[in-house]
Ligand binder design. Structure first.
Ligand code: ACO
Length: 333
């Protein structure tokens, strides 16, 4: 149960690169078809970062919007949490790189790695600094340049992912909005089902790791699919149960945008209708840590989610890690 001071998302921002890679474009790269990708995943196109664009540069653009919407100045930010599985480099952290780009003075900054679950984990951690009165303003970033870690000859993975970023400014709740609770869980025994094998201390970069494509996404799609449906459903029910709520109390369900069949299966198990489920993966594919904030940003901008709405967000990602957050939407304009 969420304890302490109420915490709300006071500002939300997102950025996606201009370049669109459609399913038709992919047909020219690997042996696939628009029909296969659409029916198996729901994805029609994804964005690809331009040369020179990086995770931190996209995060900075998203953060700029979130900071403006929250009506704060960069100097108000006390902590920056960068959530990503594709940082610009192993160190310094993406959070520090964004701090430099936005000239944010005197803020703590670090990166958090939890696969596609990262942004929800980041929001949960950030909320605790505010709930406990330790801080008033925390910036949470979620960004990925997944196009740079694809094996562009592996049709079973390269069709799934896209690039982009999102950001949220968290502040003490003033507008009646606020995080109601969150649930985080993981099971490291599924680590091998979704990983990037080389480039870390277990398998440093070498000619061989490059030749064997070990710096790219390796995934057991069927296992991830099964686990995603089970864990996201269980987690949502745990969070709802803790608040004494049922799926009927939810105004909008905003899931991690990985695959329409995963989203539909979870929504069906929870009894949440299509019109209450936010889906934008047809435009962006799976953008991992950027997935939730981009969906939130668009739903807010389009006026779909409104102050006072109760939102259910569920995620799953490498680790395996998963989680849920339930919150009342609302931010001061
Ligand atoms: N185009 C055409 N055919 C393809 C493609 C493609 N892009 N990819 C795979 N196939 C083929 C396979 O080779 C296989 O052919 P075969 O039967 O001759 O061997 C056939 O399609 C079926 O393959 P499956 O892997 O069984 O297909 P499935 O229906 O499981 O769909 C998919 C694959 C889309 C990857 C699915 O398993 C999935 O979405 N899993 C979840 C993975 C995910 O979302 N990961 C994202 C990261 S983790 C996260 O965010 C949760």
């Amino acid at each position: 149960m969420f304890k302490g001071r109420s915490v709300e998302i006071a500002g939300i921002g997102a950025y996606v690169p201009e370049k669109i890679l459609s399913n038709a474009d992919l047909e020219k790269i690997v042996d696939t078809s628009d029909e296969w990708i659409t029916t198996r995943t729901g994805i029609k196109e994804r964005r690809i970062a331009a040369e020179g664009e990086t995770t931190s540069s996209m995060m900075a653009k998203a953060a700029d919007l979130a900071i403006k919407q929250a009506g704060i100045s960069p100097s108000d930010i006390e902590l920056i949490i960068g959530c990503t599985a594709t940082p610009d480099m192993a160190f310094p952290s993406s959070a520090c790189l964004v701090q430099k780009q936005l000239s944010i003075p005197n803020a703590g900054a670090f990166d958090l790695e939890s696969g596609c679950s990262g942004f929800l984990y980041g929001l949960s951690i950030a909320s605790q600094f505010i709930a406990s009165n330790a801080m008033d303003t925390v910036l949470v970033l979620g960004g990925e340049t997944l196009s740079r870690i694809q094996n562009w000859s592996d049709r079973s993975t390269c069709v799934l992912f896209g690039d982009g970023a999102g950001a949220a400014v968290l502040k003490p709740g003033k507008s009646g909005g606020g995080i109601l609770n969150f649930h985080l869980d993981s099971d490291g025994t599924y680590g091998g089902a979704l990983c990037l094998p080389a480039g870390g201390s277990a398998m440093p970069a070498s000619k061989e790791t490059v030749e064997k494509n070990l710096h790219t996404v390796h995934m057991d799609g069927r296992e991830i699919f099964r686990q995603a449906v089970t864990k996201m459903t269980e987690s949502a029910l745990i969070s709802l149960g803790e608040l004494g709520m049922s799926p009927n109390d939810i105004d909008y369900y905003i899931p991690h945008q990985a695959n329409i069949r995963i989203i539909d299966s979870v929504a069906k198990k929870l009894g949440i209708p299509k019109e209450k489920t936010i889906v934008n993966l047809q435009k962006y594919g799976n953008t991992s840590c950027a997935s939730l904030p981009i969906a939130l940003y668009e739903a807010d901008k389009e006026g779909k989610i409104k102050p006072g709405d109760t939102l259910l967000m569920t995620v799953v990602g490498a680790g395996l890690s998963w989680g849920t957050m339930i919150l009342k939407w609302g931010h001061e304009k």
